[in-house]
Design a protein. Structure first.
Length: 133
């Protein structure tokens, strides 16, 4: 393992979620790699979404909570440019070995990654209530 991979694992911390003998390889990857990265990058995701709504969704602050949740989901699922930027924030913290695993099953792991991120942002929707000038 090279120095970069060692540093990345130290920065990310321990796995999050339950991992046991019955866990699938995707579930292991989710709990050992994706969840720690999402936790580490949380402030960056918040800042990124605040920037997104200031550029593209100026009416976000006048929406109901249900509509705000829909905006979060649609932004990540349908805005390919934004989605790819978020994906890059996550993939950039993979080790080389993790990246090798990722490219073998990127479609399923991308779905997991984005669903986890959507739920993370939705659970923090109150942080988006204050309009940033």
């Amino acid at each position: 393992m090279n120095q970069r991979d060692i540093l990345i694992k130290e920065i990310r911390g321990e796995s999050l979620g339950n991992v046991n003998n019955q866990s699938s390889s995707d579930e292991l990857f989710q709990n050992e790699v994706l969840r720690p990265i999402l936790k580490l990058q949380n402030d960056l995701f918040i800042a990124s979404f605040l920037n997104y709504i200031s550029k593209y969704k100026r009416d976000f602050y006048s929406k109901t909570v249900e509509n705000k949740l829909a905006v979060i989901e649609n932004a990540i699922q349908k805005d390919i440019k934004f989605r790819n930027a978020l994906k890059g924030m996550i993939i950039g913290l993979f080790t080389t070995d993790e990246y090798e695993l990722y490219i073998q099953n990127s479609s399923n792991l991308n779905k997991r990654m984005m669903n986890l991120l959507i739920e993370r942002l939705k659970s923090q929707v109150q942080l988006f209530d204050i309009e940033v000038e």
